[in-house]
Design a protein around this ligand. Structure first.
Ligand SMILES: Nc1ncnc2c1ncn2[C@@H]1O[C@H](COP(=O)(O)OP(=O)(O)O)[C@@H](O)[C@H]1O
Ligand SMILES: [Mg+2]
Length: 270
């Protein structure tokens, strides 16, 4: 039994359904995520993996079902409120501001904690500047903790970073909002094996530093899926196909079929 089995549930999805016109992208999916747990989400292309993250983070409002963070219902809240409640994410495709420095990209990730509104910024510049200064200090120490290498490059424009460092920076930016739940959408995409190994080491170090942080990781690299998550949830055509440890789910024939049986019909994004 994993050590997380007794930890409190931090995030829960109940009966989640998402329709886009006639397309059912997600059908009655339940999931739970406990403090300190890493949940892997796998499934072929178009299975509904990113849709699930979009529902959790408030980008999509589910057609039915609900999402609960520490027992409180959060579906229907605006995306920035959900960040404020403690859920941060990265995206499948980069959302970095390439022209801005590495450090400024992390400062932007902290905006949920910068309280000064526009009026404040105009009327009381002092307070706004103090908050910005504090955010920059926090961002710098966070960068240092995530990666010395990234910290050393903090004044470079983000666009100049190699791909693996850009992915690392996106994780640092998500962490800047001080989340209790971190959602990663295909963090190793575009990485070679060496970069993926470094990413796994980074994630392990992060979890060691923050034992209460809960993670959901959408992944297609089976080396990562086999070694990082405590549990794996398999989606296919918007349905929950299986759930369990990697060893358990890989032994299930319908999971193998989803990945192997339709290689010709669909790109098996495994
Ligand atoms: N905003 C949207 N509008 C219409 N269809 C969407 C939208 N978002 C996702 N879909 C559809 O939902 C299905 C699941 O997509 P997605 O969650 O991105 O899959 P995955 O991340 O597993 O590859 C796909 O058929 C996709 O085209
Ligand atoms: Mg996706």
């Amino acid at each position: 039994m994993p050590a997380t089995a007794a930890a409190p549930v931090v995030l829960e999805g109940r009966n989640l359904t998402m329709r886009f016109g006639g397309l059912v992208a997600m059908a009655e999916v339940d999931f739970t995520l406990r403090q300190g747990e890493i949940l892997g989400i796998i499934g072929p292309n178009g299975a509904g993996k990113s849709t699930l993250l979009n529902i959790i983070t408030g980008l999509y409002r589910p057609s039915s079902g609900s999402v609960h963070l520490a027992g409180e219902r959060i579906d229907g809240l605006a995306a920035h409120r959900i960040v404020g409640r403690g859920i941060a994410r990265t995206f499948q495709s980069s959302r970095l501001f390439g022209d801005l420095s590495v450090l400024d990209n992390v400062v932007i990730g902290r905006h949920a904690h910068i309280k000064s509104g526009l009026l404040d910024a105009i009327l009381r510049r002092g307070r706004a500047q103090a908050e910005l200064h504090a955010a920059a200090e926090h961002a710098a120490s966070l960068l240092k903790a995530v990666s010395r290498d990234l910290y050393a490059q903090r004044h470079r424009p983000a666009a100049e970073l190699p791909q693996a460092d850009r992915r690392r920076l996106e994780i640092a930016r998500a962490l800047a909002s001080e989340p209790r739940v971190l959602l990663l959408d295909e963090p190793s995409s575009g990485m070679d094996d060496a970069d993926t190994d470094a990413l796994m080491a980074d994630i392990r170090a992060l979890c060691a530093q923050r034992p209460d942080l809960a993670l959901m990781i959408i992944e297609h690299d089976m080396r990562l899926v086999a070694s990082l998550p405590h549990r794996v949830l398999v989606l296919d055509y918007g349905q929950k196909l299986a759930e369990g440890t990697y060893e358990e789910v890989r032994a299930i024939p319908r999971v193998q079929e989803a990945y192997l049986g339709r290689k010709g019909a669909r790109h098996a994004h495994a």
